[in-house]
Design a protein around this ligand. Structure first.
Ligand code: RUB
Length: 317
């Protein structure tokens, strides 16, 4: 571990890795705040040393989880302006960018919520997968508009993030039916929308989200249930515009089964992919703070946002 990295940054990195901090937007917010701390606490001798420290901190955060593109997008945003020739100037650049990033994230989620809420009618029932703050922002805005919304919540094995969703929806006054993942198809007849978030959206409109999303979307399409993805523009993956694919995180198999039970089963191979890819043909709308898009047209927004290319500020020059 690089000893220039502030303990607070290391702690954030560990918490992202162990999923105490999880969900794409929340990870991005925590990473921006950690870089801010690195900047405010730095005692670097000159601006070059300061930039080296910030790059090292960004690398530590970048290397935690590979799939949610909000993380590298956050690091890029916060470090893009640290060009000053003095430590104080560069520090101010980072602090201002981090504050601006966190404020924009919050605003984007609220704006996205308003856009998504317009797709929900009074009396609608949604089905959710995993826990997405962007998706919940749509429900919250709909409830604030006075609409009665109900929810069928998939528990989302192996980590049961559906429990977090159930709790948040209950706090919003939304009646919840909790189901095991494999019961989703059975209940798709009873719901008006599938509503999920995204860890990344690719240039072709594919949606990368919690494992199980693609199967849910295929089943929903088969039943004629619309599939709505709530994803602020922070989730758009610039690398996919030049043909790169999104790395799918494989997590520890201990999340699926404990060693003792595994041994009783004769130690079969266990796989634990955290995310999957839903092709654009199974998605009806991607809801962002900039409006809603059919998945195939998201690339137009991406060209507008990333037209000038992107940097990798965690790489040493
Ligand atoms: O797949 C997950 C979380 O996976 P994990 O629990 O493995 O991090 C969420 O649907 C997206 O990150 C979107 O969340 P948000 O809308 O809050 O950004």
């Amino acid at each position: 571990m690089d000893d220039r990295v502030h303990p607070e940054v290391r702690r954030t990195a560990t918490e992202i890795d162990t999923m105490e901090i999880r969900g794409a937007a929340t990870i991005a917010d925590a990473a921006a705040r950690a870089l801010r701390t690195q900047a405010t606490e730095s005692d670097a001798a000159d601006a070059e040393a300061f930039r080296g420290e910030l790059r090292a901190a960004a690398r530590t955060l970048y290397e935690t989880r590979p799939t949610a593109v909000s993380l590298p997008n956050a690091l890029r945003y916060v470090l893009r302006g640290m060009s000053s020739t003095t430590v104080e100037g560069a520090r101010q650049n980072v602090v201002e960018s981090a504050d601006e990033f966190c404020a924009r994230l919050e605003r984007a989620q609220a704006d996205l919520g308003e856009v998504g809420a317009n797709r929900l009618r009074d009396g609608d029932t949604i089905m959710t997968h995993c826990h997405s703050t962007d998706a919940l922002a749509c429900v919250e805005a709909a409830v604030e508009q006075g609409k009665h919304i109900e929810a069928v919540v998939k528990e989302t094995r192996p980590r049961n993030q559906g429990h977090i969703t159930a709790k948040r929806l209950d706090e919003l006054g939304v009646p919840v039916t909790l189901i095991v993942d494999s019961a989703a198809r059975r209940y798709l007849n009873d719901v008006d929308h599938v509503l999920v978030g995204a860890d990344a959206v690719a240039a072709d409109g594919s949606v990368i989200n919690k494992i199980g999303t693609s199967g849910l979307a295929v089943n929903a399409r088969d039943r004629g249930t619309p599939i709505m993805v709530a994803a602020q523009t922070l989730k758009l993956h610039p690398g996919t515009m030049t043909g790169h694919t999104v790395d799918i995180e494989m997590r520890d198999t201990a999340e699926v089964i404990d060693d003792e039970t595994l041994a009783e089963l004769g130690n079969p191979t266990v796989k634990n992919p955290a995310f999957d890819v839903t092709p654009p043909r199974y998605v009806d709308a991607i809801v962002t703070e900039r409006g809603q898009f059919p998945p195939e047209s998201i690339v137009i927004l991406m060209r507008e946002l990333f037209g000038e290319g992107t940097s990798e500020p965690w790489v040493e020059p």
